[in-house]
Ligand binder design. Structure first.
Ligand code: ADP
Length: 630
């Protein structure tokens, strides 16, 4: 096909080398997907040309019939995917097929485990693309001519995927790109008509361009189109099967795993558009990288305009994949114009609503399994929504899931509605506690009295929770109440009536402890919330929670000092022991230990650990040597 005059040999970027190596080893059981990737690249190339031709019609004039051809030669074990799309210049070819430009590439490579099943999932999320050709080929050639460039500038690229590639001049006469695979011996099935026809049907029926199949040895035979060549979202919902929706998702997202849900809608009337939105089953490895490009594929009147248009959905829905085809946006719309377009706001709120409805529907799913998967993967990002998207706050609150003091283990699987239905008319608040981890939340001393009263408490321990709870005020008419704050009023049962501890009776003790700890606490008071712990710290109503304070301080913010209240459990043996202590030095030591233990119990750090250790050591030394039991 091509001669390589004046050619140059270059090395692949290190990341490409690593990716190639991993791919060849872990994609083996999925190897046929290389064809989807190559056809998808060809279709993108046709889309891009059609888009550029809007501004420069000359680019497409000589050959405006955009299509893709798959050519095979069974005897020579050759397979080519040919398109008359945008093509690549020499520089583009070197950049595109020699490096990976994606952000987070090295992060992704580090996540590889060596377990080929897990790795192939990850590779799928990353997007395998062109390089997957090397899973079935021991040599790949690419000939390309960029639209608008003349034949002199056609380029040839070839590589055996081992670390280097060669670029040189090509005698390729057509516009577009021809990718030729020299199939490995064991993969010769990919040069056979029957196999190819079924693969093309499977992988590209939804592509908006014809995909033809041609026998390279029979030049006089007219190639025939194998796919239906209508973009999937333009078809009516009733005509598209679930399998086709899933296949289209794989094409869009390069993800191997089936999506959890999708929503396909044609909107007519004032705003005319079609949207097809998907919820993936697993979070991308770069969900937390704010720089990662994300968003929907935008078409205007079926013409592809841009990938990753992030203007249509709020940031917290960044995991949604899909297509929007707007009829009433101008064809020359750019990112900047789109941002300023008044139509965008209404489109954005309609699409956001659609996604939330789809998630809501998923949450009503029969066995709850899908929703649990969704929540485990995306729960933390959904919480961002509660803070950012005030218009949809109530809807989002209904979608939240939590662990609670009565649920088993760490799984966040309880909704606020579940909580409220169990609380019924026993109590009218929604009680919660925030801690640094599930274990600290679960064993928080603040829970004790509530547990004794049979009150369920929501356990919060995600980093974002303090902000979420600041934004959530009420659910279903019930106020949220942080049980670690001062003035916690709990409903009283008839049996408890009158059994309340009288703080006045212990005034002397409380004042004495307060004197000892005056630099460290605001006040000391008699606790009504403790059962088995001797003491706990309580934040004042207007204070930051201790978790939030620790987080902000860790991020380098300096905060005004705040002193908590120390509540003591007057019925606890340790406190009774303190009350009886006559020795002033020991009273001081015990008071400090009481405070330090309250701080440790909620996951805090001691200001002066050495001082604490000294006190404990002294106490141990004071112990009378025991006599061993017989
Ligand atoms: P991806 O498609 O995910 O970007 P690939 O590795 O498949 O990654 O391709 C890298 C780049 O090479 C593409 O983004 C595109 O710019 C270019 N490319 C690949 N195939 C073609 C083609 N048939 N025509 C034009 N450009 C192509």
């Amino acid at each position: 096909m091509s001669e390589t005059k004046g050619s140059e040999t270059l090395g692949f970027q290190t990341e490409v080398r690593q990716l190639l190596h991993l791919m060849i080893h872990s994609l083996y059981s999925n190897k046929e997907i290389f064809l989807r990737e190559l056809i998808s690249n060809a279709s993108d190339a046709a889309d891009k040309l059609r888009f550029e031709a809007l501004a420069s019609p000359d680019l497409i004039k000589d050959d405006s019939d955009l299509k893709i051809r798959v050519e095979y030669d069974a005897k020579k074990k050759l397979l080519s995917v040919v398109d008359n799309g945008i093509g690549m210049s020499r520089d583009e070819l070197i950049d595109n097929l020699g490096t990976i430009a994606k952000s987070g590439t090295s992060e992704f490579l580090q996540k590889m485990t060596g377990d080929s099943k897990k790795d192939s999932q990850l590779i799928g999320q990353f997007g395998v693309g062109f390089y997957s050709a090397f899973v079935v080929a021991d040599k790949v050639e690419v000939d390309s001519r960029r639209a608008g460039l003349d034949q002199e500038q056609a380029v040839h690229w070839e590589s055996d995927g081992q670390g280097e590639f060669t670029v040189g001049k090509s005698d390729y006469a057509e516009r577009g790109t021809r990718v030729t695979l020299h199939l490995k011996k064991a993969e010769k099935e990919f040069a056979e008509a029957v196999r190819l026809e079924s693969l093309i049907r499977k992988y590209s029926d939804h592509i908006g361009f014809p995909v033809e199949l041609a026998d390279a040895t029979k030049a006089d035979e007219k190639p025939h189109a194998v796919n239906s060549a209508t973009a999937l979202w333009t078809r009516s919902r009733t005509e598209v099967s679930d399998d086709e929706y899933r296949e289209f998702y794989r094409y869009l997202s390069h993800d191997f795993t089936d999506p959890l849900a999708w929503s396909h809608n044609k909107v007519e009337g004032k705003r005319e558009y079609t949207s097809l939105l998907y919820i993936p089953a697993s979070a991308p490895f770069d969900l937390w990288n704010r720089e990662t490009p994300r968003g929907l594929k935008l078409y205007v009147q079926r013409v592809f305009i841009m990938d990753q248009a992030d203007q249509f959905l709020p940031l917290y829905l960044r995991f949604v994949k899909g297509v929007i085809d707007a009829n009433d946006l101008p064809l020359n719309v750019s990112r900047e114009l789109l941002q300023k377009d008044a139509r965008l706001t209404s489109l954005q709120s309609a699409l956001t609503k659609r996604v939330l409805d789809m998630i809501g529907k998923l949450s009503k799913d029969d066995d709850g399994k899908k929703y649990q998967t969704f929540w485990n993967e995306f729960g933390q990002v959904m919480k961002e929504g509660v803070i950012e998207d005030t218009a949809n706050k109530d809807k989002l609150a209904g979608l939240l899931r939590f662990a609670t003091s009565s649920s088993d283990g760490q799984l966040q699987d309880q909704s606020l509605a579940d909580y409220v239905s169990r609380a019924a008319d026993k109590y009218d608040k929604i009680y919660y506690v925030i801690a640094d981890s599930y274990a600290t939340a679960k064993s928080s001393p603040h829970l004790e009295r509530l547990a004794a009263k049979g009150i369920e408490v929501i356990l919060l321990y995600d980093r974002i929770d303090p902000w979420v709870m600041d934004a959530l005020i009420e659910f279903d008419g019930r106020k949220f109440e942080d049980i670690s704050r001062g003035n916690l009023e709990l409903p009283e049962s008839a049996a408890e009536e009158g059994k309340k501890i009288d703080p006045e009776a212990h005034k002397a003790l409380v004042e004495k402890i307060a004197k000892e700890l005056e630099d460290k606490v605001e006040t000391v008071s008699v606790s009504q919330r403790l059962v088995s712990s001797p003491a706990c710290l309580v934040a004042n109503e207007q204070d930051l929670t201790p978790q939030l304070r620790r987080m902000l301080e860790a991020s380098g913010q300096s905060l005004p000092p705040s002193k908590p209240t120390l509540e003591v459990n007057i019925e606890h043996p340790l406190v009774l022991r303190l009350e009886a202590e006559k020795d002033a030095v020991r009273f001081t030591a015990l008071s400090h230990i009481l405070l330090d233990h309250a701080l440790l119990a909620e996951g805090g750090q001691l200001e002066d650990p050495a001082d604490y250790v000294k006190r404990i050591n002294q106490l141990i030394l004071d112990l009378q040597p025991g006599v061993a039991a017989e």
